[in-house]
Design a binder for this molecule. Sequence first.
Ligand SMILES: Cc1cc2nc3c(=O)[nH]c(=O)nc-3n(C[C@H](O)[C@H](O)[C@H](O)COP(=O)(O)O)c2cc1C
Length: 231
Amino acid sequence: MQSLTVEEAITSRKSVRAFTKEMVPKDTIAKLLNIASRAPSGTNTQPWKVYVLEGKVLEDLCTKVCDAYDSIAANPELAKEYQAGYTYYPTKWFSPYIDRRRENGWSLYGLLGITKGDKDRMHVQHRKNFQAFGAPVCLFFTIDKELGKGSMLDYGMFLQNLMVAARGEGLDTCPQAAWNDYSKIILPMIGAQDNEMLVCGMALGYVDKADIVNTFHTPRVSSEEFTTWLS
Ligand SMILES: Cc1cc2nc3c(=O)[nH]c(=O)nc-3n(C[C@H](O)[C@H](O)[C@H](O)COP(=O)(O)O)c2cc1C
């Protein structure tokens, strides 16, 4: 495989939502995690803890979480029983973030031919999160609950390193906060201790180029819009 420049590795990363079944060699996963661990962290605290799930263990976890997700669709009251360890999004949305969020969601659903109100198909699409989008590997990341907000910043750098390094190996990823609501199922299954909180999951594998979902390309606000130059 031809090696990528740093720019190519960064700009070719995107969230892939359909993977082939091709296995990822263990050595490659270990290599990626070692590269990712070169991320900086405040006073070199390295707050990351990673669980690599494949095969039967991943299958069992997917089944349990899909069951929980389906049970909520059947009885929305059950949603109260499942809670993420931290709030990723604001409780009250506002502009311009809500607009970008809506655009993102509707563009993806639009591409898949899912229209507003088509709850069944939305359910099926969102459920694919809990099958790791068919990836042969799903990584779960935890952090010690006692650590501060800054450690989440460190974690983001680690995760981005991992996703960019994956590109260098011809692999793709989808970071997944969707799993977080099901921490209560996931944490005991992966053998996490009481002090650990689920940061997110990440599907890892080879892109399924035949699936239309992977033609989804997200826009970005130009740097001119978010940068103030002062001199
Ligand atoms: C921490 C994090 C969690 C995410 N969780 C999900 C998720 O649960 N499911 C999903 O389909 N995409 C998820 N995404 C992907 C975002 O929707 C995606 O990054 C964004 O739309 C930009 O698209 P791109 O990654 O293709 O550039 C997540 C991204 C991040 C950074």
